[in-house]
Design a binder for this molecule. Structure first.
Ligand code: S3P
Length: 159
């Protein structure tokens, strides 16, 4: 069965995925491999809608592999993905307050997030919009504020 990590940008999905399994799938990485472009560069050359198509395709493929999947924060935007997530039984929402997320996004120089280049207020609106979507599909909601990836992974394993 797949274990699927969902949550906003900066919530630590990739770090937790790495702790849970050596051969976890990082969906953004899959998209980069498939497109041959870094996510930031992809958004420069293509539309967000094109990104969402690729993301959905790669997500469907990844589900077939029955592994731990760290998703991108916007996967939840597509109705079809919400339905796929609701059909799963191990969807874990890594929940964190916006101020903490924003600090982490700004501090992450390695991972430039195109949709976080907007003003803070705009990103917060996106965050507020997505919260009910994450909550709707989650089988487990973990408050991860201030917790290490190791501690979060332990909670998920115990669950
Ligand atoms: C996005 C989140 C990113 C990445 C892309 C779009 C989003 O993934 O998929 O930049 O719409 O929230 P992370 O959540 O891993 O940063």
């Amino acid at each position: 069965m797949s274990v699927i990590l969902i949550g906003f940008m900066g919530s630590g999905k990739t770090s937790v995925g790495r702790q849970l399994s050596e051969d976890f799938i990082d969906l953004d990485h899959r998209i980069e491999e498939y497109s041959g472009e870094k996510i930031s560069s992809f958004f420069t050359h293509h539309s967000q809608a094109e990104f969402r198509v690729l993301e959905s395709e790669q997500f469907e493929k990844a589900l077939l592999e029955k592994r731990v999947i760290a998703t991108g924060g916007g996967l939840i935007e597509q109705k079809k993905n919400q339905q796929l997530l609701m059909a799963q039984k191990q969807v874990v929402y890594l929940k964190m307050d916006f101020e903490s997320l924003w600090r982490r996004i700004l501090a992450d120089a390695e991972n430039v997030r195109p949709l976080a280049q907007n003003r803070k207020e705009k990103v917060e609106i996106l965050f507020e919009k997505r919260i009910p979507m994450y909550e709707k599909v989650a089988d487990l909601v973990l408050d991860v504020t201030g917790k290490s990836p190791v501690a979060i992974a332990q909670k998920i394993v115990a669950w």
